[in-house]
Design a protein around this ligand. Structure first.
Ligand code: KQY
Length: 365
């Protein structure tokens, strides 16, 4: 494994492309830990299969899998999908994988952020996380991609770029004392600009209510195209999400992007509110140090936690009355892509959704 480049992507002429730019492929990690995925992860694995089938219609998909799960994953996944055995602690490749950056010549490099399982010993979601902390560098080695190793704790789900200089994030996550308490807001902005090639940060205050990542942006607000932001919404003023979404809307409406353009905000009503059933809670192994799963607990459901792939956009649905409006919004926002829905509930039960469990590899130009 190479030790990492000592410069920064921006200094070397690299920046993070928007997710809608062409992809060479997509990575996922096969879920298996039974203290996060119910019933030994069998229902979650079915959800992964549906997602992999959708993405692999237009992209080369690689699924990272433990030795123990290899044969079972091979049986369940389409034969055209590449399986690679790799040790991981869980299945959140958006957060543990590299953030890929490209330059105008079409070269690709990886940014391998520091990882502390969403908060380390101050509210982190599991211990240990040493295998997850290696995932980014191992993927870069697999792809023979040089990589950077900034001294910054950051998960890929906590940043969202438009590819023209703007990065969206939340204060709740990036300024959380359990990530980089020694750094000021300005210093964190400098890290983002030097490693994403951006020039403007738009800080939204808080993420989705009870999102166990400390409010990742990818569950709250995403760019659909330059200048257009999808925002998780609720019309219910008594719902705890209402204040979070309205304060985000206020910031977005007062902001311009890196090019000086005003933002159009498209509200996408949240599902539910959704809660954990007793059967679901009882299906998760209770293990000291892992997130307890309690019947009745509110789930951080969102439709913006989607994947923008080559010619497609894949969004989670929940067999919920709000599904139809979310699909209609996606069809309007992505007129040149096929909108594909996948069952989102089993992924949500583990703490995230489609975007959190995918990581795109940009195409060489
Ligand atoms: O990006 C994410 N949503 C990760 C969530 C981790 C949850 C672990 N139980």
């Amino acid at each position: 494994m190479s030790s990492g480049l000592t410069s920064t992507p921006a200094a070397d002429g690299f920046s993070m492309p928007a997710e809608w730019a062409a992809h060479a492929g997509c990575f996922l990690i096969w879920p298996e830990r039974s203290d996060n995925w119910r019933e030994g992860a069998t229902p979650a694995q079915q959800a992964w299969v549906a997602l992999v089938e959708a993405i692999s219609t237009t992209e080369a998909v690689t699924v990272l899998v433990s030795t123990r799960q290899h044969d079972s994953a091979r049986r369940l996944l389409p034969t055209h999908v590449r399986l690679v055995e790799m040790a991981t602690d869980d299945a959140w490749v958006r957060d543990t994988g590299p953030t890929f950056v490209t330059n105008p010549a079409g070269e690709i490099r990886g940014v391998c952020w520091g990882f502390n399982a969403w908060g380390g010993l101050l509210g982190g979601l599991y211990f240990p996380w040493d295998a997850d902390a290696l995932v980014g560098r191992t993927i870069c080695d697999l792809e023979r991609t040089p990589h950077y190793r900034p001294d910054l704790i950051l998960e890929g789900g906590s940043i969202e770029v438009d590819g023209v200089g703007t990065v969206l994030t939340t204060e709740e996550c990036l300024l959380n004392p359990n990530r980089n308490p020694h750094l000021s807001r300005d210093q964190i902005e400098q890290f983002l600009h030097s490693h994403l090639g951006t020039s403007k940060v738009i800080w939204l205050p808080r993420g989705v209510y009870l999102d166990e990542t400390d409010g990742h942006i990818d569950n709250l607000a995403r760019f659909a195209s330059p200048g257009v932001v999808m925002l998780t919404w609720t019309d219910d003023i008594d719902d705890p999400q209402y204040a979070r979404s309205t304060e985000a809307l206020d910031v977005l409406q007062r902001s311009t992007d890196a090019t000086g353009r005003a933002l159009t905000v498209v509200k996408i009503h949240q599902p539910g509110p959704l809660t954990l059933t007793e059967t679901e809670a009882n299906g998760v192994d209770a293990v000291a140090g892992s997130q307890p799963r309690v019947a009745g607990a509110r789930l951080a459901g969102s439709y913006v936690n989607s994947y923008i792939g080559n010619g497609i956009v894949v969004l989670p649905v929940f067999d919920d009355p709000h599904d139809a409006a979310a699909i209609a919004n996606y069809e309007n926002l992505f007129p040149n892509r096929q909108v594909i829905t996948v069952p989102g509930r089993e992924i949500l039960l583990g703490g995230g959704n489609v975007h959190c469990i995918t990581q795109q590899l940009p195409a060489h130009l």
